[in-house]
Design a protein around this ligand. Sequence first.
Ligand code: C2E
Ligand code: MG
Ligand code: MG
Length: 643
Amino acid sequence: MAKGLEGWHALLNRQLQRLELGSESPPDLSGWQAFIDRVSRAYEEADEDRYLMERSQAQASEEMASLNEALRQERDLLETRVAERTEALRLSEARLASLVSLSSDWVWEQDTNGRLTYLSEGAMVAGGMPVSSLLGRRAQELDGFECDERTVKRYLQALADRQPFRDIVHGVRGGDGSPRFCRISGEPVLDAQGVFTGYRGVGSDVTAATLASRQLALLARFDVLTGLPNRAQFIEELDRAVARARRSNGHFSLCFIDLDGFKQINDTHGHAAGDEVLKATAARLRAELRESDFVARLGGDEFVALLPGKASPAGLSLVGDKLLHAIAQPIAFQERELQVHGSIGIALYPDDSTQARHLVEQADAAMYLAKQEGKNQFRFYTGELARTVARQLALELDLRQSFSSGGLELHFQPRVHLGSGAMSGMEALVRWDHPQRGLVPPSEFVALAEERGLILQLGRWVLDTACRQLRRWRDAGLQPPRCAINLSSHQLVSDVLFDDVRNALERYDIEPSALELELTEAMITAQHGRADALLARLQGLGVHMAIDDFGTGTSSLSLIHRVPAQSLKVDRSFVGRLPDDEAMGITRAAIALAHGMGMRAVAEGVESAQQLETLRGLGCDDAQGYFFGRPLPADAFAAHLRR
Ligand code: C2E
Ligand code: MG
Ligand code: MG
């Protein structure tokens, strides 16, 4: 059964139609041949089409596969990268966390209003402050918040400007109620879009360091021993008092208080005793004066009091008496009773001066006068005192000038060997030939030179002049004996003395043994072994040494023993009283001591034949005094040398 055109394959139908062959009419042979050719060609075309299609399909799938491979590789790469980054992030977070947990610092975050939104563990743990109680609050709202105004301002300004801030230290109350101090630094945080979201930073507990530095600051303003304000605070307080009084036309009094006999207590009973005296004095001054009065210790045994308000001289005298009385009360120390007195100088604002510096100088000068006039008393600063001070200043000026203008001279006094009566030495004594006042004795200007820092210059001049004089006499054919010169304690602690001595000897070609240096007993006590090395060097050089004014100080034998001296000079205060019993005893002991230590005993200030005989009887080696000769200028002294 034939299907007909509708039922056959479209390809076949198409060929049949092209050949105009219906299904009803069978083709002739040529038509049949053409039909077969067509069908065959159609198959061939179909094959070709399929081939082309298959080829393009294969190509497409190859491309797909390679695309797929590329995508896979891309994905793998991305996955490794993500894994790596995640690991790096995890590591860095872990590192940060361990650092934060290890360190005593903490990390915090604030929102845009400065409120704490995050605090790492450990925040303020030292103070026992629970973290939860801090969240949601601003630093300034924390309990016990304490911070100086300037720092708060700096902090708020940084927040307002969204700038980083560093090292803001503020106090808060810790969980246990104790004050804590933290130091915070922070910087603004921006989100991905660059929008400000608050601050993030670190904090640390700086309580210990802050408390220590406050303690230090306190120490800088207070005297540790007595607990009183110190000199630095006094100077501030005085400036404040002046400013206050200037504003309100007010008055106040300034009292300088210096202890008498404090040094002796230190020297005889030791520093612990001295400390006790200072503490007791501080407490008494504080107790005697009003709450509104300011009391400070300036150092050493110097105290100062600032009394506000207008006071009459009578009223101030009462205060002065009261303080002197309180200071003079005995002080118990290790089953002993110590006693000191005070000297007080008073200057008044604005009567004496309106300048802080002048008031200090005036009170100091008045105090000095109280001391000079017998101690244990007070003095007001007066115009007379001002004149004395002015005189001293003028004197100082004159003294400075005399170094260059040749106003100083040396006088020489012989020292005699008692056995033979021969001159065994001489002492050079400085004199100041003042244009108006005539010859001024050393007692009036050596102390001034010491006080005013002129003594090293004076000492060098004496040394040089004595050596030059020795050289002149020798060049004139005379044979001057060993020459003694007096040293001041300031020279003993200066490092120029040795060179000064050596230079003077070298300059005039004098052998060291022709020179003798006199050190007073008081100097030896005061230097307390500190000059041992210098004395040893001088001894090594070959100069001689003598201990002067022996018997007037309170030196210990061990100190005397350390001085490599060849002579011991018994003070003229004993020699002058011979043959008085007590003076005899002391002189005899001093001579025995000198001999015991291998020194020659020299008596000073011998004025009479009786004294001379007594000294001979006591076995004294040498003597010096008006009896043998007064100190004379070099020219006059040459007569002694010719004899
Ligand atoms: P000094 O070293 O004890 O000197 C002895 C003092 O006693 C001298 O007083 C002398 O003139 C005096 N004198 C001597 N014989 C007698 C006497 O028989 N009777 C009395 N009453 N006095 C006598 P001067 O010259 O006034 O010196 C006083 C002190 O000044 C000296 O005491 C000495 O410590 C010091 N001095 C003198 N010259 C110098 C010097 O160049 N440098 C230093 N640093 N101090 C000096
Ligand atoms: Mg002397
Ligand atoms: Mg003397």
